[in-house]
Write a protein that binds this ligand. Structure first.
Ligand code: GLA
Length: 399
């Protein structure tokens, strides 16, 4: 009897030891580029190589971007043994060679698959091949897997079980791979995915507008920002809310909107996955994407997301706790017309929201990040004007 109990304990513990994701990955929100927003199905190895080159040449790599991620449609079929086959007309050198190329530039390589039998574009998914696919990715040198949920929801697959299965497969394959869950927020992954993936999509797809809702369900960054407000607490090192890849520089946003979209993603501690053509960027787009102060806010080691402190019709104020008693604050004009704002500081109120006790006498220096200038302190109300869709981004430092 004793022997049986010991054997059972070993089996249970052994199972638990396997049931884990790779720890110590994505300790700050992952940064990189993905093919989907700009190129959609029109991808090939030449484009991916060129984007990797541009990542280095533009200085984006030095600014912290590291992943080059291939999204849907690279896969075409399976061979008789079930191995996934790459579309050789578009990727004649194969995925391993592409990953090697990306690695040779000091970058990391990401790939895409799906928990269902097919991907969202109808290419072969991983259902039934999870362990085999994970071994293949590991042998190719993949560093990041985005795992979608098309043809799985329709078949009634259990979401959590599907993602646990792939997590276990990746762990078993033996290569540390960042696991990016993409079930579009349907089953509130912020409540269950922390120990399964390193990031989890919180909404349906982003599209290239500020505020809009397409028939497909795709939506603008302001719509997604709205959905992100209530879930700000479910974020932290190794497990990130993912409000989707950036649309900055894709043409649908004005220069001001590009700036505000990027700033608010940094306030959310969102993964910063660029979605534009890195070879053809205007200087102002590149300047936004390389803004050191903003990237530092996104990558702050505390890993907190921003809390929406004020929500008026047009003006919103978001506050984010940073390490060493610093704070980031965004005053955002969500409307299309110029708006005045007037903010009475109430630091005591913040005591209720954040893990810090404020005293009535506390005061912070204000620094305007876009314009590189000091803006006084919290001793006086903050007033100003913002053009339509503009954002004022401040760093608050204790005096
Ligand atoms: C889904 C995902 C997108 C993209 C496409 C590819 O819609 O949410 O981000 O990966 O699939 O087909």
């Amino acid at each position: 009897m004793k022997k049986l109990i010991i054997v059972l304990i070993i089996i249970v513990l052994g199972g638990n030891l396997l049931a884990q994701k790779y720890e110590n990955l994505a300790q700050t929100p992952p940064m990189g580029w993905s093919s989907w927003n700009k190129f959609g199905r029109e991808i090939n190895e030449d484009i991916i190589r060129r984007m990797a080159d541009a990542m280095v040449e533009t200085g984006l790599k030095d600014a912290g971007y590291e992943y080059i991620n291939l999204d849907d449609t690279w896969q075409i079929d399976r061979d008789d043994e079930g191995n996934i086959l790459v579309d050789s007309t578009r990727f004649p050198s194969g995925i391993k060679a592409l990953a090697d190329y990306v690695h040779s530039e000091g970058l990391k390589f990401g790939i895409y698959s799906c928990a269902g039998v097919k991907t969202c574009c109808g290419h072969p998914g991983s259902r039934g091949y999870e362990f085999q696919d994970a071994r293949t990715y590991a042998s190719w040198g993949v560093d990041y897997l985005k795992y979608d949920f098309c043809y799985a929801d329709m078949d009634g697959q259990n979401t959590t079980a599907s993602y646990k299965l792939m997590r276990d497969a990746l762990y078993k394959a033996g290569r540390p791979i960042v696991f990016s869950i993409c079930e579009w927020g349907t089953t509130q992954p912020w409540l269950w995915a922390k120990d399964i993936g390193h990031l989890y999509r919180t909404t349906i797809d982003i599209t290239d507008c500020s505020k809009c809702l397409m028939v497909t369900g795709a939506r603008g960054w302001l719509n997604i920002l709205e959905e992100s407000a209530p879930i700000w607490k479910y974020n932290g090192p190794g497990h990130w809310n993912d409000p989707d890849m950036l649309e900055v520089g894709n043409g649908g946003l004005t220069p001001t909107e590009n700036k505000s979209h990027f700033a608010m993603w940094c306030m959310l501690s969102a993964p910063l996955m660029l979605g534009n053509d890195l070879e053809n960027m205007t200087p102002d787009v590149l300047e936004i994407l390389k803004n050191k102060e903003l990237i530092a806010i996104d990558q702050d080691p505390l890993g907190q997301s921003a809390y929406r402190y004020i929500q008026d019709e047009e003006i919103e104020v978001w506050i984010k706790q940073l390490e060493n008693d610093q704070w980031a604050m965004a005053v955002l004009n969500t409307s299309e017309t110029e708006q005045d704002f007037h903010l009475e500081w109430n630091l005591m109120y913040m005591t209720r929201v954040f893990q810090k006790e404020f005293n009535a006498a506390d005061s912070y220096k204000l620094y305007d990040i876009w314009n590189n200038k000091d803006m006084g302190t919290t001793a006086k109300p903050l007033e100003g004007k913002l053009e339509g869709r503009d954002v004022l981004l401040l760093r608050l430092t204790g005096e």
